[in-house]
Design a protein around this ligand. Structure first.
Ligand code: CAA
Length: 445
């Protein structure tokens, strides 16, 4: 007679995971204020700022997950080293994540899932990147010679290893943002997508200007006072240009897609700059936050990842969020109209605008998303209301943490204002190298 199999693990509970708050160091343009700071220095500073803000000295956090896109081989487990260097309890486990520019958001989703399942009560998610201290890779020839030298026991074997070296082996591989499968940089890929979706230079410059204007206004009203801790002489993001104008932007020469001639529209003004920085977000179960009398800004409701075949297909490298968002909202029974704030990572102005154009396109909606028509229109007054990567800068893995903390605070303010008959709702969309995208929905408290 068949018997009902006994569960091999205790039943798990699904509960809510919330954002308590965030902390980041101001983001610096590459080769400026943080030239001498390593990824570990910056991540430790972001963690220590969070510790100071929420009284977490010697606290054993359930788990810390962070990462860097440009990681030195010497950083075996960068996040654990940063935890050991911080004021958190050394009994706090920590691990690295790498999901390109979506790393910060991916860590938030991984850790909130663990909290929802009851495996941990608290967590810190984050990310860091330094374009100033990028790892330099040695050539295959030099690597082979060094490994052989390491194994050599006799003088003869050592000389043989060294004698293999040729002058070209001494040339290092310079760091870059090229896609391994196409050899094109992210900017060159985006230039193709920007053209494909017919995004004008004016529209890109306008989006970049709005980003600077919104970020400057948010600093002005003190919005970042409890989200950003000054570091190495910097109190605000070094890339912020409150005085930039449409005329100044219009004068900039194209930097990507130059082969497109007069159709080249991407400049240093409407592309993110290479940036250094770190961000961290404190996540918890409701009980853990209540027991410590800590505030709760927002709930992390759900997330989704997508990928596109940018090598053989017609979708642009950074277009995966155009697919991930409809899937996530569909699963949650929401439409774009149900969202009060959109945080769409501004890798390039063209990335945001191409995504919005795809969602408004009937054919894309029917043929690529399997809908009856266009997915919908984003109300631009709800988009990146506190500025985004074009103004703040984009230290790749740190961007997700910046966005989650910023959105959580914005949602909290709006929910507490009480003008909605429900909690304020926010959508995050982050594109990533490799044709990927990670998105999430948060709700204010
Ligand atoms: C990684 C993932 O997984 C997904 C993603 O997010 S993809 C995005 C990844 N990021 C990138 O690829 C980074 C792209 N950016 C770059 O490579 C470089 O920043 C860039 C090529 C765009 C520009 O480099 P640069 O030429 O060194 O920039 P920079 O010197 O700062 O600016 C050039 C000029 O524009 C001016 N400028 C820049 N922004 C301006 C603005 N908003 N208003 C007015 N002027 C501006 C600068 O003042 C400068 O002028 P001068 O030459 O007179 O000093």
């Amino acid at each position: 007679m068949p018997t009902t199999p006994r569960p091999t693990a205790p039943a798990t509970t699904v509960r809510k995971a919330v954002v308590v708050g965030g902390n980041r160091i101001p983001f610096a343009r590459a080769n400026s204020a943080y030239t001498k700071a390593s990824n570990q220095d910056m991540l430790t500073a972001a963690l220590d700022g969070l510790v100071a803000r929420f009284g977490l000295q010697d606290e054993r956090i359930g788990e810390v997950a962070a990462g860097a896109v440009l990681k030195h081989p010497r950083n075996f487990n960068l996040t654990r080293e940063a935890v050991l260097g911080s004021a958190l309890s050394p009994e706090t486990p920590a691990y690295d994540v790498q999901q390109a520019c979506a790393t910060g958001l991916e860590t938030v989703l991984q850790l909130t899932d663990k909290i929802k399942l009851g495996r941990i009560e608290s967590a810190i998610a984050g990310g860091v990147d330094s374009a100033s201290d990028a790892p330099i890779v040695v050539s295959e020839g030099l690597r082979d010679a060094i490994l052989e030298l390491n194994r050599a026991k006799t003088l003869q074997q050592k000389l043989k290893a060294v004698s293999r070296l040729r002058p070209k082996d001494l040339v290092p591989d310079a760091p870059g943002t090229a896609e391994p499968r196409t050899g094109l940089s992210m900017g060159e890929h985006q230039a193709l997508t920007t053209k494909q979706w017919g995004i004008s230079r004016e529209a890109q410059d306008e989006l970049a200007l709005a980003s600077h204007r919104n970020l400057a206004a948010a600093y002005e009203r003190g919005f970042f006072d409890d989200l950003v801790t000054p570091y190495r002489g910097l109190a605000k993001d070094g890339n912020l240009r409150p005085d930039t104008t449409p005329e100044k932007m219009a004068k900039l020469s194209p930097v990507f897609g130059k082969h497109l001639g007069s159709e080249a529209t991407m400049t240093a003004g409407n592309s993110t700059p290479l940036t250094d920085g770190a961000a961290a977000v404190l996540l918890a179960s409701e009980d853990w936050a209540a027991a410590r009398d800590l505030p709760v800004l927002a709930e992390v409701v759900d997330g989704e990842a997508a990928a596109v075949d940018f090598v053989h297909g017609k979708d642009g490298l950074l277009m995966a969020p155009a697919f991930a968002v409809p899937r996530l909202l569909g699963r949650l029974g929401l439409t774009l109209e149900d969202i009060d704030y959109f945080e769409i990572h501004e890798a390039f102005a063209g990335t945001v605008l191409a995504t919005l154009a795809a969602w408004e396109d009937e054919e894309f909606g029917r043929e690529r998303l399997g809908l009856d028509g266009a997915f919908g229109k984003v109300d631009r007054a709800k988009l990146n209301v506190n500025g985004s990567s074009l103004a703040a800068g984009h230290p790749f893995a740190a961007t997700g943490g910046r966005i989650v903390a910023t959105l959580a605070k914005q949602l909290h303010e709006r929910t507490q204002a009480g003008d909605l008959d429900r909690p304020a709702r926010g959508l995050i969309s982050v594109c990533a190298a490799g044709g990927m995208g990670v998105v999430a929905v948060l709700e204010g408290r």
